[in-house]
Design a protein around this ligand. Structure first.
Ligand SMILES: [Zn+2]
Ligand SMILES: [Zn+2]
Ligand SMILES: [Zn+2]
Ligand SMILES: [Zn+2]
Ligand SMILES: [Zn+2]
Length: 218
């Protein structure tokens, strides 16, 4: 679908209109017969036809080409109103830069940034909405550290919250103590094994010395 011709300021050359939707060319392609169409329009048309809707010449997707450069330039230079004009945007700019403007337009409707919220709001009003959004979150006013979603209807219970937190910390502590104990034990164990080894080596050396002594004094 093209750009609604009502949005344009001043005269628009007939050649810059799509032969299918009759609006101003959007993302245009040109057939060998030089008729031009919006990409979406001609692709849709060629699903059920194999000719030009203007002059019935045979065409095929593979024959479609980009618009002549001079036509593309004329198209890009056309001035048009922002699509949010009916909501109050007074921006008029070239077709070439309208997309960029509309992406950032203060009057474009965007979804609320809070997860779970389905509200769509004009970008310029987002801050106002965020301050009252049902899905905004805030810290518990009693200082327990819990983040409350305004959408939560259950009464928030600080004591229960703190107790859960405490339980969590406690089990974490126990876990850490257990870990430390294990590590200590395994270290002692390896030292013990080391000592036993040393002892048996020494024992062997003593035995050897004894044998040597006996040999010496015999
Ligand atoms: Zn079209
Ligand atoms: Zn044609
Ligand atoms: Zn705008
Ligand atoms: Zn919201
Ligand atoms: Zn609390």
């Amino acid at each position: 679908m093209g750009y609604d011709i009502e949005r344009f300021v001043g005269y628009v050359n007939e050649g810059l209109l799509c032969s299918i939707c009759r609006d101003v060319l959007e993302d245009p392609l040109q057939a060998p017969c030089e008729h031009a169409f919006c990409t979406a329009c001609i692709h849709g048309w060629l699903v059920h036809h194999s000719n030009c809707p203007e002059d019935r010449q045979m065409i095929d997707v593979s024959l479609l080409r980009p618009l002549y450069r001079y036509m593309k330039n004329d198209l890009n230079r056309l001035q048009l109103h922002c699509k949010n004009r009916e909501y109050g945007c007074e921006m008029v700019c070239s077709l070439e830069s309208i997309d960029r403007h509309e992406r950032e337009c203060e009057y474009s409707r965007i979804p609320c940034s809070n997860a779970g919220c389905t509200v769509q709001i004009e970008r310029r009003n987002l801050d106002v909405h965020l301050a009252v959004c049902e899905y905004r979150s805030r810290e518990c006013p009693n200082g327990c550290g819990y983040t409350i979603l305004s959408a939560e209807d259950t009464q928030h219970n600080c004591v229960a919250e703190l107790r859960t937190e405490l339980e969590l910390l406690r089990s974490e502590m126990i876990c850490r103590v257990e870990e430390a104990k294990h590590e200590m034990e395994s270290r002692l164990d390896s030292q013990r094994r080391h000592m036993v080894q040393k002892e048996s080596i020494l024992q062997n050396e003593i035995e050897e010395l004894k044998v040597n002594m006996i040999l010496l004094f015999s």
